[in-house]
Design a protein around this ligand. Structure first.
Ligand SMILES: NC(=O)c1ccc[n+]([C@@H]2O[C@H](COP(=O)([O-])OP(=O)(O)OC[C@H]3O[C@@H](n4cnc5c(N)ncnc54)[C@H](OP(=O)(O)O)[C@@H]3O)[C@@H](O)[C@H]2O)c1
Length: 290
């Protein structure tokens, strides 16, 4: 139930996934979309093509914000802190991240006065020039406390639910991301190519190194199941370009710090070295700014 005079929902980050979710949500109720700055907001005010439809968002810049009950954060991980401050300025009841990597600690540090949480989504979208192309329906899992957001997403036709084991689900997503994203970016191949020689041996090495660290943190998969999860995702997305590859090709900053960097920090805390992850981390950072 929305509070009068406030948006029930806002999304900070008018990029591929933010516009994709906003377009779906706006079909069933008001949603405020917050762009990086006034120039970007002005550019979007005339409308943007999202799939087959021209979406005209209710768009705002960080210096002129409405109030909103719930905020979804959909910026790249390097922009999390600034976007979280914007989210807080919307005076929300809670801030939910659906970003990749593990960023809940950053979110909590910036938004001390409201509940925060990080969910995961396998919903997909990519930017193609000025338009956004949905890349297939997925599942969106949210932490407890964000039932209102899950209900809104479901009403808009997205598959979404609160997941009691959200921490384990985030770790499983991190496992997939640390295995697929850096290799796809380094070798500039679609995900399916990682299942074949010569890349497969590296994919398996990354899973083999990551699994004990993630298991220790609460991943609920044994090593065979962990590899099977990564292989299943690479198979299901065989023709897709991983987001890190798209970032490298576009000369954009990658999310390597929040993905492989997070894993390396977790390993270091346990006194463990992950040489293959360290190598791909160093190489990806040299490919593009992180
Ligand atoms: N795309 C997918 O299919 C997908 C799937 C699952 C998870 N994710 C995750 O979702 C997150 C967003 O991904 P994406 O593909 O949507 O990225 P994206 O297309 O790069 O969109 C991010 C948007 O955030 C904007 N932004 C940056 N800082 C901001 C700020 N302080 N305030 C407001 N807006 C700001 C950017 O503005 P500019 O345009 O000015 O840079 C950009 O439009 C990432 O963590 C990604 O890993 C994406």
């Amino acid at each position: 139930m929305a509070t009068p005079g406030r948006y029930p929902l806002a999304i900070v980050g008018a990029g591929a996934l933010g516009l994709h979710f906003a377009a779906g949500l706006a079909a069933v109720g008001p949603v405020a979309l917050v762009a990086r700055n006034a120039a970007r907001a002005d550019a979007l005010r005339a409308g943007v093509q999202v799939g087959a439809r021209l979406f005209v968002p209710e768009i705002f810049a960080p210096d002129a914000l409405p109030a909103a009950d719930w905020v979804i954060l959909l910026v790249k991980t390097g922009d999390t802190a600034e976007a979280a401050r914007t989210a807080l300025a919307l005076q929300p009841r809670g801030v939910l991240s659906l970003q990749n990597g593990l960023i809940e600690a950053t979110l909590r540090a910036e938004c001390r006065t409201v509940p925060v949480g990080q969910g995961i989504t396998t919903e997909g979208a990519f930017r193609e020039g000025s338009r956004v192309q949905p890349a297939g329906a997925g599942d969106t899992l949210l932490p407890a406390g964000f039932e209102a957001v899950a209900d809104a997403l479901c009403m808009a036709g997205f598959r979404a639910r609160v997941e009691p084991q959200i921490a384990a689900a985030r770790l499983a997503k991190l496992l997939v991301n640390v295995a697929i994203n850096p290799l796809a970016a380094l070798f500039r191949v679609p995900n399916g190519a990682l299942l074949e020689p010569p890349h497969r041996v590296l994919l398996e090495a990354l899973v083999h190194e990551a699994w004990p660290v993630l298991r220790q943190a609460g991943l609920d998969l044994d090593e065979d199941a962990a590899l099977a999860r990564v292989v299943a995702v690479a198979t299901a997305t065989a023709g897709n370009r991983a987001s890190m590859l798209q970032d490298v090709l576009a000369g954009r900053r990658t999310e390597i710090d929040a993905i492989t960097g997070t894993l390396l920090t977790m390993a270091e805390a346990g006194g463990v070295e992950l040489p293959t992850h360290r190598a791909v981390f160093t190489l990806v950072r040299r490919l593009a700014p992180s």
